[in-house]
Design a protein around this ligand. Sequence first.
Ligand SMILES: Nc1ncnc2c1ncn2[C@@H]1O[C@H](COP(=O)(O)OP(=O)(O)O)[C@@H](O)[C@H]1O
Ligand SMILES: [Mg+2]
Length: 388
Amino acid sequence: MTVVTTQTDEQRAISIVIAHKLASLNLNATFVEPVSVGPIVSVYRFLPHSTTKVSHIESLSQDFALALGVEDVLVKRMPGEVAVGIFVPNRERKYVQWRDVCHIPTIDSLLGGKRLWQVPLILGVDHLGKIVAEDLTLFPHLLIAGSTGGGKSTLLNSLIATLIYNLPPDEVQFVLVDLKQVEFNHFVGAKHLLFEPAHNVYQALERMQWCIEEMEGRLKKFAKIGARNILEFNGTHQDGRLAYIVIVFDELASLLLDSRKEDEEEKRGPSLGRIAQAKLSQLAEKARATGIHIIAATQRSSVKVVEGNIKANFPARLTFRLPSQADSMTILGTSGAEHLLSRGDMLFVNPNRAGIQRIHAPLASIEDIRAAVEYSTRRQGWLREKNY
Ligand SMILES: Nc1ncnc2c1ncn2[C@@H]1O[C@H](COP(=O)(O)OP(=O)(O)O)[C@@H](O)[C@H]1O
Ligand SMILES: [Mg+2]
């Protein structure tokens, strides 16, 4: 096998090691330039010959990682390209800082300077270092999975901070649920919070019930004027515009799995976990038209947590590293998440686009979050003056 490259010495060495590994296993593939160098990983492309199965190369992650002496290697067919990408961690990783990707001009320039989005999420940067921004309302809910330490809570904090920093409280509001009681306290004081963060199951259920009543109230308002959704309603009610509401759950499993055995339920009624599941299903199914959207993070990726109709209503899925290929299949419908790196490294299935995207999440420090909250409380006149 020949390796033709104009890359650096290190890249050349890596592509040669990969090529040798493939050859030693009797797999024929040609190295394809260029090598894409991102902040955390670099991608080496190979074009398998007709005798070589892509799935076979994809299963060789461990072999490549051992041969290269790196933490882990992900092998995936490149979306939109005729090549298999071998994602190798960089020796020096540049973690994505929230303050570098949180500003409105960034969102503006990404989306053509117009307010095309309603609830912008800056998910991070892709494997090339390009910012990935998405509109939550188009998902319309987002499920975030990953083992402990992957970066779920950090990402939730970054997403909330970006919205609080960029949008006024009459455009986006939050209901925060965190049974661990430690993650969202820095947001207290921001006008965007409809309540203080819910810290126990009872508070969580109360807040969910409030959201259901708000959803039903909004549906009645829409029915009166024949509006089908919040966009149509706000379009005709410039004065009484409704804010988008984002319900954020950290560790959703600890809320939903608080369940009793079935025989016990017969005697004492449904458990709190089951009541929470019912409320969540109701919101996930019906709330989107009313501008109420859910972002839920869960460590447990087992089918039990992301089961049935909840899963069906969360087609947008982000996952940090997962313990096994089976977990990756549950969340993404494909393998790969078991080969992610720790600390902010993710795979993303976007229901509005084909393929799987590798994204590195932004890291907002406590100081960043405090600054965003403080800035939002000081701001007057907000961004409307900018002709949004
Ligand atoms: N995007 C990121 N960039 C760099 N480091 C990160 C990032 N996200 C998380 N980390 C690191 O990983 C640690 C665990 O993150 P955390 O959000 O608590 O994970 P989880 O909620 O999934 O258990 C954090 O304390 C932080 O040091
Ligand atoms: Mg966490």
